[in-house]
Design a protein. Structure first.
Length: 196
């Protein structure tokens, strides 16, 4: 066969064999100028599919960015730092509940629903006044923020689903109609959540 003659066409019907040959390793043909050239016609179906994972990853990254923007999180080393950073003025933290010794303060807020979850540690001497202005409640009045806290790594599992386990480990207080304070019985750590 001469170099300038056209390639013979295959008479194979469109089927599994024809599809497999298109997806096979690249084939080379002898070009008119006598140089081997890659037959690019066989690579087109794969090159179109190569963009699908990139588009999917871009969409997932965009969605993750939007989700984290609607529930931002803030951290403060001490209560004084939270005061200076506007944590109490902007509604990020419950001012009367975080004692002067408050430290390792973390808060997450849902900007759409105004829900709030917070955690702080304190000195043992501040344990007594923690629940002032709130009333102690039992298991029957307790509604835990179950699935709402799944993305919050610092939120304890004991405060997600079972009120019976929660009241064994925490002293629970109602601070208004929609807010709760949970003070751990043996650790100097408290958790606060507000439904609205």
């Amino acid at each position: 066969m001469r170099a300038d003659s056209p390639e013979p066409r295959s008479h194979v019907r469109e089927g599994a064999l024809a599809r497999a040959s298109r997806c096979a390793a690249p084939r080379f043909r002898l070009a008119r100028d006598g140089v081997l050239a890659q037959n690019t016609r066989m690579r087109r179906p794969l090159s179109r599919l190569a963009h699908v994972p990139v588009a999917l990853l871009a969409t997932l990254a965009w969605a993750a960015g939007c989700a984290s923007n609607s529930t931002p999180e803030r951290s403060f080393a001490t209560r004084a730092e939270a005061q200076q950073g506007g944590g109490f003025d902007t509604g990020w933290l419950p001012d009367p509940l975080v004692p002067p010794s408050g430290r390792n303060i973390r808060a997450r807020r849902d900007l759409h629903s105004n829900r709030l979850w917070a955690r702080f540690e304190f000195q043992g001497t501040d344990r007594g006044p923690l629940g002032q202005g709130c009333s102690r409640i039992g298991q029957e009045q307790l509604r835990l923020p179950a699935s709402e806290t799944r993305g919050i790594g610092w939120w304890p599992e004991m405060l997600r689903s079972d009120p019976g386990v929660a009241v064994q480990q925490f002293e629970i207080y109602a601070c208004g109609a929609d807010a709760r304070l949970a003070v751990h019985r043996s650790l100097d750590t408290a958790f606060y959540w507000r439904a609205r």
